[in-house]
Design a protein around this ligand. Structure first.
Ligand code: ZN
Length: 102
């Protein structure tokens, strides 16, 4: 019986691919995830040199949304993030509190 590494769906009807992904999860993994990863990397780079609150908030939101989709894949060890997940969460939280005080 197969079990998807990401959504943990399992059963005799579930087929997983070489990475252990069901067809729903594989779809995003092979199509849009690279875009989200790029968005995340660019947002981190931008946040490191940004000095405009509105721009920072926009970047934080973009990073947040991308990370929400990537997270289960990162937790399953299928993708290498720019930082380790707990470190990245902390960093984003620090950035968010820093800019929202402005
Ligand atoms: Zn799945």
């Amino acid at each position: 019986m197969a079990k998807c590494k990401v959504c943990e769906k399992k059963g005799f009807a579930i087929e997983t691919d070489i990475n252990g992904l069901c067809s729903d999860c594989a779809d995003y993994f092979y199509t849009s995830m690279q875009d989200d990863l790029k968005t995340l990397e660019q947002s981190i780079a931008a946040l490191n040199r940004i000095n405009h609150p509105a721009a920072a908030i926009g970047r934080l939101e973009a990073a947040d949304q991308a990370l929400r989709r990537i997270r289960p894949y990162a937790q399953a060890g299928l993708v290498k993030l720019p930082m380790d997940l707990p470190e990245l969460d902390d960093w984003l939280k620090t950035m968010a509190s820093q800019w929202q005080e402005e």
